[in-house]
Design a protein around this ligand. Structure first.
Ligand SMILES: Cc1ncc(COP(=O)(O)O)c(C=O)c1O
Length: 347
């Protein structure tokens, strides 16, 4: 697989911005027009100085957690930034297309739309897994990228890794495997087996199991050549010092993350067990994530009545093959109980 041959020519030719902190993080720093006296807010992080554009420390620490080389990691302002950058590196506006297996996370299409890249929708099969034949059958010479989300949002199921690999072997383009919810999956998504394929980019995030949606940090794990491209086009200082500091602290507390995951998975089981027998619940879909998708007779009505009570879930009815489907994020025990009692009243 020749990654360079897949990159947009203007990105290959790009002379990236060379930021002041690329070369020197310490010394008499008179190179970046910063405030030498300090910040208006007292802090220990030298916030008057720009952060490390190479994300060195955090990539080193994260690499140990993931058991991959730091060179294979790029950190973005949420995985949403990584999705956008990936589209911009590989897809030529108004020429290339991207395959999206729906129903899935909406930002893949939005990122393509923003960048003027057309999308080809390939429906997931009845089990919401990949239809390999249809995906490969939809590839044209202009197809540059395929998005897979596993566990898939909003259906909650894992996609078949075997099928992803099957496609990665045949597709001369980039495959994004978004594993935002992998922490909740009982099936340990091992990174190494997918990273063997040079054209696969894995996405993970601190926004879900780690409980850090507010700091906006997600990351790509991929071949060195792809990671270098992310660094080439990112804004100079995308990862700020406050978020980095929080992640460094968080990575020392992975046991707490595991406890959150156990708690959420326990609550998920409770919720599923309690919703299942209710009259008016047509189907509950199995979930490897921190949310559950369920089918009702009139999703809009239930969604609105819950909202009137101040309980906000997501109506996913407008997505492909999700007629009358609602998605609920797993809450605290008190929130889940409240949801259940209001749902019972409505039904
Ligand atoms: C599948 C999936 N990927 C990515 C994201 C965005 O993650 P981040 O907060 O890291 O941008 C979400 C958010 O809901 C998601 O569901």
């Amino acid at each position: 697989m020749n990654i360079k041959s897949l990159v947009r020519k203007n990105i290959l030719d790009l002379k990236p911005y060379s930021s002041a902190r690329s070369n020197h993080l310490e010394g008499v720093l008179l190179d970046a027009n910063e405030n030498p006296f300090g910040s208006v807010i007292e802090n220990d992080l030298n916030l008057n100085r720009y952060p490390d554009p190479k994300q060195t420390e955090i990539r080193n620490v994260l690499s140990k957690y993931l058991s991959v080389n730091p060179e294979n990691i790029f950190i973005g302002v949420g995985s949403d930034e990584v999705i956008d950058l990936a589209v911009r590196i590989f897809c030529e506006p108004q020429k290339n297309n991207v395959i999206i297996c729906e129903p899935t996370y909406g930002m893949y299409k939005v990122a393509c739309d923003i960048n003027d890249i057309s999308t080809v929708t390939v429906p997931l099969n009845l089990q919401y897994d990949i239809d390999v034949k249809k995906v490969l059958g939809s590839v044209t010479p202009d197809t540059k990228m395929i998005f897979f989300c596993s566990p898939n949002n909003p259906t909650g199921n894992l996609l078949s890794k075997k099928k992803i690999v099957q496609i990665a072997k045949k597709f001369n383009g980039i495959i994004i495997v978004d594993q935002a919810y992998a922490d909740f999956s009982l099936e340990d998504e091992d990174i190494q087996s997918l990273l063997r394929y040079k054209n696969i980019i894995l996405l993970r995030t601190f926004s879900k199991a780690w409980g850090l949606a507010g700091i906006r940090c997600g990351y790509a794990i991929a071949d060195l050549e792809i990671i270098q491209l992310f660094f080439k086009i990112k804004s100079p200082y995308n990862l700020n010092k406050l978020s980095s500091e929080v992640i460094l602290k968080a990575l020392k507390k992975k046991n707490i993350k595991q406890r959150f995951v156990a708690k959420i998975n326990k609550e998920k089981k409770w919720l599923i067990n309690n919703i299942s027998p209710l009259q008016g619940i047509e189907k509950i879909y199995p979930s490897d994530a921190n949310f559950v998708l369920f089918k009702v007779k009139n999703a809009k009505d239930i969604y609105e009545k819950l909202a009137e009570k101040g309980i906000i879930i997501r109506d996913r009815s407008n997505q492909l093959n999700l007629k009358n489907c609602l998605r609920i994020s797993i809450g605290t025990p008190a929130e889940n109980k409240l949801f259940l009692s209001e749902l019972k009243k409505i039904l």
